[in-house]
Design a protein around this ligand. Structure first.
Ligand SMILES: C[S@@+](CC[C@H](N)C(=O)[O-])C[C@H]1O[C@@H](n2cnc3c(N)ncnc32)[C@H](O)[C@@H]1O
Length: 276
């Protein structure tokens, strides 16, 4: 079934309504990707057009949850961009090891693969018991999956390859138990992780982090929202802390860029200067 084309005014009215009724602010998301996501949600819905859907979305929380799932892109993988994790291991972890305790925020953690990759890395580097990870996302369904730490077994081959390319020095299968067609990650990998619901567009940050990762999230935001989120991260990062953006993101031309040194240009890893 095809849906009728979404007009600009329909999109704006729906996003305003969603903000006022549910407090979720998608008004500064990048228009083209938001329109694409809304369109595919609409095609799989019983509605002919967005105006028809609007009344139900604003009146029925379950319909809004369905829309929220449709709007957010939750794809992730373990050791995604292996070179990024290799750089963390080689250039960032040696600094973190000098701290008595490390606080890390994964903003937009989706189903948790990135968080568990970080836990594995920290365990392999002997930092077990010396870190706390705050793993957050706007979508409660994906957070539940993240908390469970159960992934399709068929993904393990790809994840193992990523792990090895990222400089992993054990056997990746040591980190999970295979049960039927699932891989259950070992619970000690989440002992030092707190998963929670957090919206980068509207919520306050967590204080004094030593590292913030926000990869493949801000690509869906308009410039104005990216600026606000970078300001939020800047206010939450301790001096000497690391800010890791996705390979498609940069701090360039942002007012905060003078607070940072770019330590891994291809990986967009920045270190906050002392005194900033
Ligand atoms: C493509 S995933 C990225 C997952 C992981 N960081 C990675 O790189 O593999 C993007 C995630 O950002 C989340 N997200 C989108 N808007 C958000 C917001 N305003 N606040 C917090 N998370 C958000 C989505 O729900 C989704 O799970």
């Amino acid at each position: 079934m095809t849906a009728e084309e979404i007009t600009d005014i329909e999109m704006r009215l729906l996003m305003d309504g969603v903000y006022h009724v549910y407090g979720y602010d998608f008004r500064e998301y990048a228009e083209s990707s938001l329109r694409r996501r809304l369109n595919s949600w609409l095609v799989s819905s019983p509605f002919a057009n967005l105006s028809e859907a609007q009344a139900r979305i604003l009146r029925e929380p379950a319909m809004f949850v369905s829309l929220l799932k449709g709007i957010t892109v939750n794809v992730s993988e373990m050791f995604r961009d292996p070179a990024f994790f290799r750089t963390l291991r080689e250039q960032v972890i040696p600094h973190l090891k000098t701290y008595p305790f490390i606080k890390i925020w994964h903003a937009g953690c989706a189903t948790g693969e990135e968080v568990y990759s970080m836990s594995i890395l920290l365990h392999e580097e002997g930092l077990q018991g010396r870190y706390r990870i705050y793993a957050t996302d706007i979508n409660k369904d994906v957070l539940k999956k993240a908390q469970d730490g159960i992934y399709p077994l068929q993904e393990m081959q790809r994840f193992t390859k990523n792990y090895q390319q990222a400089g992993g020095n054990s056997s990746f299968s040591d980190y999970y138990t295979a049960r039927y067609d699932h891989a259950i990650l070992h619970p000690e990998l989440r002992e030092e992780v707190m998963f929670s619901d957090h919206n980068l567009a509207t919520d306050a940050g967590f204080g004094e982090m030593n590292m913030i990762l926000c990869r493949n999230v801000m690509i869906y935001f308009q410039q104005s929202l990216k600026d606000r989120v970078v300001t939020l991260f800047d206010s939450c990062l301790a001096p000497g802390g690391f800010l890791c953006l996705g390979t498609k993101e940069t701090l360039e031309r942002r007012p905060q860029s003078s607070h940072y040194e770019l330590i891994a240009p291809r990986m967009q890893i920045f270190r906050k200067l002392y005194g900033k």
